[in-house]
Design a protein. Structure first.
Length: 337
């Protein structure tokens, strides 16, 4: 019986509740096991983290609209490899799963490698011989600098992510300066920098190997070290403030979604600024962004106008757009029907 289809049971104070019929259903559970080795010399990888996530009919942890059930509690499994690189997970229900092998997060002395993932299916029998080969990847180093002599970010996260997957390498800098990324996935990677707080800074440029890395990806070879990356961060975000008002009554409207949308699309990735937000109880909003030309979109989460309506209206009413120069401050009120 599916627990979600079971009838509710009413329990009252100072009264016994009787005749509750519970039926137990036999269920087939299996074990999944394997070994992790390093590409090249084939040595076993100790203390690697193994994550098994159900991909078929599983409930995501962030989905709070559904109550937890038996299936959701058996959708995630974790373990780690032993000194021989071996791992095993017991009591796995049948289904489709995503297996991830990654470096231990809280073990500084553990061996680092590029995260690897694969899809597996558990059906009718145990899986005992999954072999995973991981790679040390490449290394990317350089310098992150802050433009001007003003305030500095609280910290900066530098990240290199596989362009066609979810493997990545990242490092947190407590202040501007040199950085080193290890276990960078080979192939095309997207290099990012995230200065925080994000509403007060933006990434002005990322360059390396003669490339503008805000416009193109970086190609990293297996075992290669790229050491000439330069990241420039600026505090000169442009800021747009204003209110969202009713077109009929001129009254402020709270809880309206607002967003800065770039008009001059030159294929440069925008990193930094607070590009989206929600109006407060007085209809006020504050958005920030890297220099460029933008329109401000405003729409309701429900009841219209929609995001598409907001886009069409903004392009019509705000043409040719708001030009934000470095450190610029603009004010704009928006009226909704």
């Amino acid at each position: 019986m599916d627990p979600r289809s079971s009838p509710s049971v009413a329990v009252f104070a100072d009264r016994d509740t009787n005749d509750i019929d519970i039926r137990l259903v036999a269920r087939s559970l299996y074990s999944v096991a394997g070994t992790v080795r390093m590409r090249g010399d084939n040595h076993p990888v100790t203390n690697a983290t193994i994550r098994l996530r159900k991909t078929e009919g599983s409930q995501q942890p962030s989905d709070t609209s559904k109550r937890p059930d038996f299936e959701s509690t058996m959708a995630y499994f974790y373990t780690s490899t032993d000194k021989n690189g071996h791992w095993a997970i017991e009591n796995v229900p049948e289904g489709a799963y995503r297996l991830a092998v990654q470096s231990a997060l809280n073990a500084p002395t553990a061996e680092t490698f590029v995260q690897e993932e694969r899809d597996i299916t558990v059906v009718g029998t145990d899986i005992e011989d999954l072999s995973a080969e991981v790679s040390k990847g490449g290394r990317v180093s350089g310098v992150a600098s802050i433009e001007g002599n003003g305030t500095s970010p609280k910290y900066i996260i530098v990240d290199a992510a596989r362009a066609n997957g979810n493997a990545n390498s990242h490092v947190r800098l407590e202040e501007a300066g040199k950085f080193l990324l290890t276990a960078v996935p080979s192939g095309e990677v997207r290099l990012n920098a995230f200065p925080l707080p994000r509403d007060k800074f933006y990434v002005k440029s990322i360059s390396g190997n003669g490339l503008d890395l805000l416009r193109t990806n970086l190609t990293v070879g297996e075992g290669e070290e790229i050491n000439n990356v330069s990241i420039v961060i600026s505090p000169d975000v442009g800021v747009v403030t204003g209110r969202v008002l009713s077109r009929r009554s001129d009254e402020p409207i709270a809880r309206i979604n607002v967003m800065l949308r770039r008009v001059n699309d030159d294929n440069v990735r925008l990193i930094g600024g607070e590009l989206a937000g929600v109006t407060d109880d007085r209809g006020n909003f504050r958005l920030s962004a890297p220099p460029g030309i933008y329109v401000v979109l405003a729409w309701r989460a429900a009841g219209g106008p929609t995001f598409r309506d907001a886009m069409d209206r903004a392009l019509s009413e705000q043409k040719p757009g708001l030009t934000l120069a470095p450190g610029d401050r603009k004010q704009l009120d928006i009226r909704l029907p």
